[in-house]
Ligand binder design. Structure first.
Ligand code: 5RP
Length: 224
């Protein structure tokens, strides 16, 4: 199957699972990216009612609005029942790298509010150790140089991404890191003054992951 077909397949599988749980008083959290776009399109076809969705990016908000799905401000919710999002890398302990689409900070905020985080990926995203995909780090523009210097001292090779995030910040894509201890690396990078957040999602890992295999079969993994 093509990468696009696998994204569609995994989004449909997660949607069928979540639609059975979906309740009229639920607020969902919606991530960002091409896999999540497929999920949003499924959600739009649902006959199940729910309160609405907290969005993790302008791109996602636009797609939710286009489907007339109620978008709720993150400051107006106390709880998100389920957060659904893709990832750039997933290790065997469910630690993730995210932020390829630049939405990492809002994604992490919504993930932190969620009772359950469900991640949807195709099997190309599964890795033994995070770090081959350059780790995105959102940084205040005024601090991009000092943060890059500090990351260099940790052994990383930061590259400034062109453009700004939805929050008006820069992203450094950091290659050369072997994320063998994701909790440590998430905390260490987050502690650098000027960093807004890192795309390592270890402290807020998903509870469940749907994986589309190359043959089109779906694995539903639950963290023990
Ligand atoms: C955006 C993200 C995405 O979830 C990640 O980049 C995966 O995207 P896609 O589903 O398009 O492969 O973290 O910031």
């Amino acid at each position: 199957m093509s990468p696009d077909e696998l994204k569609q397949k995994v989004a449909e599988a997660a949607f069928i699972y979540l639609e059975q749980l979906l309740h009229a008083n639920w607020v969902l959290g919606i991530g960002t990216g091409s896999t999540v776009n497929c999920f949003i399109d499924c959600l739009a076809q649902s006959s199940q009612t729910f309160v609405g969705a907290v969005s993790s990016s302008v791109q996602t908000t636009d797609r939710l609005n286009a489907h007339n799905i109620n978008v709720i401000d993150i400051n107006d919710v106390s709880e998100v029942m389920v957060y659904i999002d893709g990832a750039d890398e997933v290790d065997s302990t469910f630690a993730l790298t995210k932020g390829g689409g630049g939405a990492l900070t809002r994604e992490k905020i919504v993930a932190s509010l969620a009772n359950k985080f469900v991640c949807i990926v195709d099997e190309s995203k599964l890795v033994n150790c995070l770090g081959a995909f350059p780790v995105p780090v959102e940084v205040l523009p005024l601090a991009s140089h000092p943060v890059a210097t500090q990351i260099g001292k940790l052994g990383g090779h930061p590259k400034l991404r062109s453009g700004l995030t939805d929050n008006g910040n820069c992203v450094l894509d950091v290659s050369g890191l072997e994320i063998d201890d994701p909790d440590y690396w998430e905390r260490t990078i987050n502690d650098i003054p000027g960093v807004v957040t890192t795309g390592i999602f270890s402290l807020h890992r998903p509870q469940e992951i749907f994986v589309a295999r190359a043959d089109g079969s779906i694995d539903h993994k639950v963290r023990s």
